[in-house]
Design a protein around this ligand. Structure first.
Ligand SMILES: [Zn+2]
Length: 327
């Protein structure tokens, strides 16, 4: 019987690094994590990456000889072709870090390097919501809006490592909101968790909502609390959530007209709102999309939570050895 190949996937976040061994079928061994502590500098960061990888191999009861390849996912900015992190806002003060070649050199293994949002989309594509589909677009809704596009098993990286920046597609240009990126009218400025809170705070100036007003007074006005208030029927919260669903449907419809994917996946904290939110997004899609994609594109929530990053990083490692997942 041929031996089942195994990979290590490492997901480097601003606060923690997570890694696990993942086998050729996408089954993950128990994951491990270590604090990233970017403020200690990039040399320490690279060493912590190596430690996290070694810990994951040990946690799986294996040795490095059992590992065919390694995949590393990090926040950007980055240059995927050279394997460098360039100037990452979430990993200050790191700058120009040769991640891929460092890991490849230390472990002597083929090493894949990927943007964290792309890796998460790849994870969902391999073993999560998108298992079995050929093409998938994923929006990750958090402080910002991340994106990943997978077509025929390949991550759409783009020529300059700037593909699939879905959060910065422009959706409103008449009174455009300012985005964290410095430009105006981006999806992220409307539909990130942060933006949902901001829109609610602004609306509170004109619309009375004792419930939301109280939450704001107590500094507990989070996207989660707004969604909970909508579930309880608070009219302003209902309006904000419905507008958010419409904005996400617009974003999804734009991608339907560009990529025509088999599935659109939403990930991040708002996913916890539950199926009713997904239904609302689906209800708005026909207002923006052609009838065929509006009817046929599957719209789902992500399934892997924060494991998607390291599973996707492992999928990228697998691709180095085995080629693309589905064609
Ligand atoms: Zn932007």
């Amino acid at each position: 019987m041929p031996q089942l190949l195994r990979y290590v996937g490492l997901d480097v976040g601003g606060t923690t690094m997570k890694a696990a061994v993942v086998d050729d079928q996408g089954h993950a061994f128990p994951h491990v994590s270590l604090p990233t502590e970017p403020e200690r500098g990039q040399d320490v960061g690279l060493e912590t990456m190596c430690q996290t990888i070694r810990k994951a191999v040990t946690a799986a009861g294996l040795t490095l000889d059992d590992i065919a390849a390694i995949g590393v996912a990090t926040p950007g900015t980055m240059d995927l072709k050279t394997g460098y992190i360039l100037d990452p806002p979430n990993l200050k003060p790191w700058r120009n870090v040769p991640v891929r070649d460092h890991i490849a050199h230390v472990f002597g293994k083929p090493t894949a390097f990927q943007n964290d949002a792309n890796a998460a989309a790849m994870g969902e594509y391999w073993t999560g919501a998108g298992a079995g589909v050929r093409s998938l677009v994923m929006f990750t809704l958090g402080t910002g809006v991340g994106g990943g596009i997978i077509v025929n098993g390949e991550v759409l990286e783009g020529e300059h490592s700037h593909g699939a920046e879905l959060g910065h597609m422009k959706i409103e240009m008449s009174h455009p909101r300012l985005c964290g990126c410095g430009k105006r009218g981006c999806l992220e400025a409307y539909a990130s968790a942060t933006a949902v809170v901001k829109r609610t705070e602004e609306a509170l100036a004109d619309v009375p909502s004792p419930k939301l007003h109280q939450l704001r007074q107590e500094k507990k006005l989070t996207a989660r609390a707004i969604f909970d208030a909508a579930k309880e029927g608070d009219p302003l919260a209902v309006r904000i959530v419905d507008e958010t669903a419409a904005i996400l449907a617009l974003g999804a419809a734009n991608l339907m007209h560009i990529i025509n994917p088999e599935m659109v996946v939403f990930a991040g904290g708002m996913v916890e709102a539950g199926d009713w939110f997904l239904q609302q997004i689906r209800r708005h899609v026909p207002n923006f999309a052609f009838p065929v994609p509006a009817e046929r594109t599957q719209i789902r929530f992500a399934q892997l939570g924060s494991d998607a990053g390291f599973i996707g990083a492992a999928a990228c490692a697998r691709q180095l050895v085995q080629g693309a997942l589905r064609r």
